[in-house]
Design a protein around this ligand. Structure first.
Ligand code: IMP
Length: 429
C-alpha cells in the first residue's frame, strides 16, 4: 500500500500535474485535501488534450480512479458544476467524483468580501485570487460556515445562511459600501445547484479509511505550496489553509501514520504569484527569460508569475516541515541555454549568513541571496528519459539540488508532455 502526498515545495505552481500524471496510474484514489478553486493544475493527456483543473482532482482523467474532494477543501458550487460540465462535454466520465459531506461551501458573500477587503488593504493587499477562499475559511474557523451536508437539510441551510448574512450584510453595507445580499436568493441558488451534486456527497473519510485498510493506493494532492501554508508559509502573504503534509491528514481524514510517502514538487527555479517576500526574485531580463521560457502565467488568474533562481533555503525548509521523502524536479528544460545557473545556497540578512529560513518576517523581508554559480548546458534535454541521457552539467545541477535540499530526487520533468519525465526511483515498486 502507498499513501502518497504530493506537495508544492515552493510557492505553488511547481507543476504538480506532471507528478499526478506519473503517479496517478498506480493509484485507486486521488484526493484533494485543502484549498479550492484558487488552485489550478494543467494536465496534458497522452493524446495532447490539455485540461486546466481547479477543484476536481486530476485522477478524473484516469478511468476507474475514484476522486475525492476532501473535508479540508472549500467548494464554490457554481465553479464545481462548471468544471464537471466542461469535463463531461469533452467526453470525461465524472461518475467517480465524490465530495466530502464536511467540506465547506464558498458562498457569494465570501467572494464579495474577498474582493472588497483586498481593495481596502491597498498596498498591504495579499494579492489573493479573489475566489472567496480566505473568507470561507474564516467562517469555518469561526464556526459559522456552511458545509456540503447542509444542502441535505434545507431548514438548517436556511438558518446558517441567514445567520451568516445578518453579520456579512452589515459588513458589506456599513464598512465596504456595497449592496446587501438577499438570504432567500442565496439559499435558493445553493439548493438548486445542490440538485446537480447531491448524489456525490459521501462520508469520504470512512471510504478512504476502508480503502487504506484494504491496502489500496491513495494520492493526496495539495494545492498551492509549502510557503503559502497559513502556519509554515510567508505569513501574512499566504493562503488560508494548510498545503503542507500535516494538512493532508487533517484535510482527508487519513491518519498521519498511514501516509507512506511525501513527495515535494520543486521547480528547477522559483516562481510566485501575489504579494510577499521572494529573495531570489529577478526583476531584470533573466526573470523575463524564465517567464517566457517557462510560460509562467497563472492557470487560475492568468497573472504573470514573478520569477527567480532556485532557492535551496526554501528547499531545505520544505524538506523539514513536510518530512519529504522524495523530490520531483520540474521544468529542468527551461534552464537549457543558460551559460551559468545561479543557485541560492543561503541568505544574508543585515550582514549575517542564514543557512536556514530566518525566524522572523522582518529578517526574511531583508534576506538577500548568496549565490553559487553552476555551469549551464545548451543541449535540448526534452528527449532525455534517464539521468544518463542528460548533459553532465544538468546532472551536476540536479546533484547539487539533492545535496543542498537533503532529499533524494525521484523524478525530473524535462518537458510539458506527459511522457517527458525521467523516473529515477519507482515509488510504487
Ligand atoms: P488566496 O488563496 O486566493 O486567498 O490567495 C492567497 C495567496 O496565495 C495569494 O498570494 C495567491 O496568489 C496565492 N495563491 C493561491 N492559490 C495559488 C496557487 O494555486 N498557486 C500559486 N499561488 C496561489
Amino acid at each position: 500500500m502507498t499513501v502518497m502526498v504530493l506537495i508544492g515545495a515552493q510557492w505553488g505552481d511547481e507543476g504538480k500535474g506532471k507528478a499526478t500524471d506519473l503517479y496517478g496510474e498506480h493509484v485507486q484514489w486521488v484526493v484533494r485535501y485543502q484549498g479550492g478553486n484558487n488552485a489550478g493544475h494543467t494536465v496534458v493527456r497522452p493524446d495532447g488534450q490539455k485540461f486546466a483543473l481547479h477543484l476536481v482532482p486530476s485522477g478524473i482523467l484516469s478511468p476507474g480512479v475514484k476522486n475525492v474532494i476532501g473535508n479540508g477543501v472549500v467548494i464554490d458550487p457554481g465553479v464545481l458544476l462548471g468544471e464537471i460540465g466542461e469535463l463531461e462535454e469533452r467526453g470525461v466520465n465524472t461518475s467517480n467524483l465524490l465530495i466530502s459531506a464536511d467540506a465547506h461551501l464558498i458562498m457569494p458573500y465570501h467572494v464579495a468580501i474577498d474582493k472588497v477587503s483586498e481593495r481596502y488593504l491597498g498596498k498591504a493587499r495579499i494579492g489573493t485570487t479573489g475566489r472567496g477562499i480566505g473568507p470561507c475559511y474564516q467562517d469555518k474557523i469561526a464556526r459559522i460556515g456552511v458545509r456540503v451536508q447542509d444542502v441535505l437539510d434545507p431548514s438548517i441551510l436556511a438558518q446558517k445562511v441567514e445567520a451568516a448574512l445578518e453579520q456579512k450584510n452589515q459588513m458589506l453595507v456599513k464598512i465596504y459600501n456595497r449592496k446587501a445580499l438577499d438570504a432567500r436568493q442565496v439559499i435558493d441558488t445553493v439548493l438548486e445547484q445542490a440538485e446537480a451534486f447531491k448524489h456525490r456527497i459521501a462520508d469520504t473519510r470512512l471510504l478512504l479509511g476502508e480503502a487504506v485498510a484494504r491496502g489500496e493506493n491513495v494520492l493526496l494532492e495539495g494545492g498551492q505550496g509549502t510557503l503559502l501554508d497559513v502556519d509554515h508559509g510567508t505569513y501574512p502573504f499566504v493562503t488560508s489553509s494548510s498545503p503542507t503534509a500535516g494538512g493532508a491528514a487533517t484535510g482527508s481524514g487519513i491518519g498521519p501514520t498511514r501516509i507512506t510517502t511525501v513527495v515535494g514538487i520543486l521547480k528547477a527555479y522559483t516562481t510566485r504569484v501575489g504579494s510577499g517576500p521572494f529573495p531570489t526574485e529577478l526583476l531584470d531580463e533573466s526573470g523575463e527569460f524564465l517567464r517566457q521560457a517557462g510560460h509562467e502565467f497563472g492557470v487560475t488568474t492568468g497573472r504573470a508569475r514573478r520569477c527567480g533562481w532556485f532557492d535551496a533555503v526554501v528547499a531545505r525548509y520544505a524538506t523539514r516541515v513536510n518530512g519529504l521523502t522524495d523530490l520531483f524536479i520540474t521544468k529542468l528544460d527551461v534552464l537549457s541555454s543558460l551559460e551559468t545557473v545561479p543557485v541560492c545556497v543561503a541568505y544574508e540578512v543585515d550582514g549575517e549568513r542564514y543557512d536556514e529560513m530566518p525566524m522572523t518576517q522582518t529578517a526574511f523581508h531583508h534576506a538577500t541571496p548568496i549565490y553559487e554559480q553552476l555551469p549551464g548546458w545548451s543541449e535540448d534535454i526534452t528527449g532525455a528519459r534517464t539521468l544518463a541521457d542528460l548533459p553532465a552539467a544538468a546532472r551536476a545541477y540536479l546533484d547539487r539540488i539533492e545535496e543542498l535540499s537533503g532529499t533524494r530526487i525521484s523524478a525530473v520533468g524535462v518537458g510539458p508532455g506527459q511522457d517527458e519525465t525521467i523516473e529515477v526511483n519507482d515509488l510504487f515498486g
